[in-house]
Design a protein around this ligand. Structure first.
Ligand code: SF4
Length: 132
């Protein structure tokens, strides 16, 4: 799937816990993400509480505006993260019939780039700030 021509409004689904980010999902004990079907915006109160435990990005997934060339993962045309994850995971795991009920699909960079394949592997991704 190609980019949708609305590049400026696409969101990164593996963003930092910042004021104004969307809380996309919660990391479960088995490491998979449970997605929120409603779009919840993170505020400062949430950020302060979330930073009291382990890093919030290890316990939750956040979405925020894709900064394209402002990110190390941008190749110049696309996000390399989802391409790499699909390459590694879809080689070892069958693509499920259902995809998560996710609140940002129409604006998601990964979905715009890779379609349902992105959603098939997305629940396996825990944000790594060292590569963001
Ligand atoms: S890849 Fe799919 S499931 Fe993941 S955030 Fe984007 S639209 Fe949602």
């Amino acid at each position: 799937m190609s980019d949708n021509g609305n590049e400026d409004h696409l969101m990164c689904p593996s963003a930092k816990c910042d004021d104004g980010a969307i809380l996309l999902g919660v990391v479960q004990k088995n490491g998979h993400i449970a997605f929120l079907s409603e779009k919840l915006t993170v505020n400062n109160e949430f950020i302060q509480i979330a930073h009291k435990g382990r890093m919030p990005e290890k316990r939750f997934r956040f979405a925020n505006t894709c900064v394209m060339s402002g990110c190390k993962q941008w190749t110049g045309k696309r996000c390399s993260v989802i391409d790499e994850v699909i390459k590694v995971i879809l080689d070892t795991v069958e693509e499920p019939n259902e995809i998560p009920d996710c609140s940002i699909r129409s604006q998601c960079r990964w979905y715009s780039q890779c379609g349902a394949k992105a959603c098939a592997v997305c629940p396996e991704v825990v944000t790594d700030l060292n590569v963001a």
